[in-house]
Design a protein around this ligand. Structure first.
Ligand code: NAD
Ligand code: LMR
Length: 330
């Protein structure tokens, strides 16, 4: 019997990530080649026309798995019955804007979207926040959805994970397929910590294979952590296709499971593991089993890693405290 369509809501659908993402979802790359999808696009009123243009193009692809497209400028309608919510649209930082202003502006988006998810989402809803500051936007949305299990709210560090894989593969002259068990810890920001101490390259410890702490400290970590800024500098716009690709990877693995013998990186509500305060949405090594993320336990954290994880977690605590002060979360 044919599967029922899955409702996928994408916010910021007319933006550049939206344009790179929607066609891949509709082609079956998000959920699998046997799963039809219904797209529910959310935009601000001024961008609805552009979203309609994208919807025309989606129609013109005649994707066999695309069971319908609806466009909304109202979050309650867009999230009604949603199974997979991709929260991409966010308020970008503009000239003269302080960090507090940015958090407040995004609180005005992610609070109501959390409420709308709480009001209308399907029981199995899974939420991925891509819009920056992604971890704290996810925290705000989650705080406004008390009836949805907290662990259904995640933020994206898969792009950082993929960037780290690629940089490490380049250094060691191997392919990304040869590398397993790499981890991004903390915030999706320049304080994130890409950790290779538990990573394996062809079965060998990656840090030992690199054997170059200066490269790790002065090249690898800053290259991965500042890659987003480097792309903005080079392209004049932030990463779009690679961000969409990472969103596809994240949801695909969440729904279908991560491969045996490997893990990935996901920002999800901390259960206190690795000393990360409970409730903070921080990136961890994670596997997906039976449709749920599980934090990989029992890794030994050396001093080099500890101080970097702590620094990124501190930044997340500061963001949480700032949005609390603004009354955006309790
Ligand atoms: P963009 O400006 O091209 O598109 C954003 C879209 O969101 C716009 O069409 C805008 O109209 C829409 N939007 C704004 N407010 C909205 C709301 N309340 N409801 C629905 N839609 C709304 O930006 P983009 O390049 O697509 O990037 C989107 C976000 O993703 C940015 O915050 C960016 O910083 C972030 N990003 C995150 C990662 C990551 O790894 N987590 C990577 C790249 C980009
Ligand atoms: C990225 O990592 O590419 C983005 O988060 C950068 C940005 O600020 O949009």
């Amino acid at each position: 019997m044919a599967k029922a369509p899955v409702n996928v809501t994408v916010t910021g659908a007319a933006g550049q990530i939206g344009y790179a993402l929607l066609f891949r979802i509709a082609s079956g790359q998000l959920l699998g080649a046997d799963t039809p999808v219904k797209l529910r696009l959310l935009e601000i009123p001024q961008a609805v026309k552009a979203a309609e243009g994208t919807a025309m193009e989606l129609d013109d692809c005649a994707f066999p798995l695309l069971a319908g497209i609806d466009i909304f400028d109202d979050a309650r309608q867009a999230f009604d019955g949603v199974n997979v919510a991709l929260l991409v649209g966010a308020r970008p930082r503009t000239k003269g804007m302080e960090r507090g202003d940015l958090l407040e502006a995004n609180g005005g988006i992610f609070g109501p979207q959390g409420e709308a998810i709480n009001a209308g989402a399907a029981d199995d809803v899974r939420v991925l926040v891509v819009g920056n500051p992604a971890n704290t936007n996810a925290l705000i949305a989650q705080a406004h959805a008390p009836d949805v299990p907290a662990e259904r709210f995640t933020a994206m560090t898969r792009l950082d994970h993929n960037r780290a894989l690629s940089q490490l593969a380049g250094k060691l002259g191997v392919t990304v397929n040869d590398i397993k068990k790499l981890t991004i810890w903390g915030n999706h920001s320049a304080t994130q910590y890409p950790d290779i101490f538990h990573a394996e390259v062809d079965g060998r410890n990656a840090a030992e294979a690199v054997n170059d702490e200066a490269w790790l400290r002065d090249t690898f970590i800053p290259t991965v952590a500042k890659r987003g800024a480097a792309i903005i500098e080079a392209r004049g716009a932030s990463s779009a296709a690679s961000a969409a690709n990472a969103a596809i990877d994240h949801v695909h693995d969440w729904v279908n499971g991560t491969p045996e013998g490997d893990w990935t990186s996901v920002a999800l509500p901390s259960d206190g593991s690795y000393g990360v305060p409970e409730g903070l949405i921080s990136s961890f090594p994670a596997v997906s089993r039976n449709g749920s993320w599980e934090i990989v336990q029992g890794l030994e954290i050396n001093e080099f890693s500890r101080e970097r994880i702590d620094a990124s977690v501190r930044e997340l605590e500061e963001e949480r405290d700032a949005v609390r002060k603004l009354g955006l979360i309790k």
